[in-house]
Design a protein around this ligand. Structure first.
Ligand code: ZN
Length: 132
């Protein structure tokens, strides 16, 4: 996995704000943001801010994780429905695997997602943590 520091810097704001894209043709909202719509294929979308809070729809637990991510194992990957109905797939943190339940409230937090020890690059990204 090769990470460009310039790219990370450029995307820092959107990662922190939890931005998605809204299709200018079919008006569907999706995450992560993309220049073209995954639903209708239209190639004009606009960036919008997404609500940071949502509820867990479903999740899977991955006990086998790639090199560079082992300290995080097991990784819980959740399907989360945000308050505006947009569905997001993202890691869920700060909760034991057997404590997650359907409908649990979670909120977006900025966490370290990758660290390259040789180059000292730390990448941050959105994860979801339990919320009241
Ligand atoms: Zn569309």
């Amino acid at each position: 996995m090769k990470i460009s520091p310039a790219r990370v810097w450029r995307e820092k704001d959107s990662r922190y704000r939890l931005e998605g894209s809204k299709c200018k043709k079919c008006s569907r909202v999706f995450y992560p943001p993309k220049p073209s719509c995954p639903y209708c294929g239209y190639s004009d979308t606009e960036r919008i801010n997404l609500p940071r809070r949502g509820r867990v729809v479903s999740w899977t637990v991955e006990y086998t994780v790639p090199e560079g991510y082992r300290e995080y194992a097991p990784i819980i990957v959740g399907l989360i429905e945000l308050e505006n109905g947009t569905r997001v797939i993202a890691p869920i943190v700060d909760v034991e695997v057997d404590k997650i339940y359907e409908g649990m409230y979670v909120e977006a937090v900025l966490r370290k997602i990758f660290e390259d020890g040789d180059e000292g690059i730390i990448v941050y990204g959105i994860k979801f943590a339990p919320s009241t």
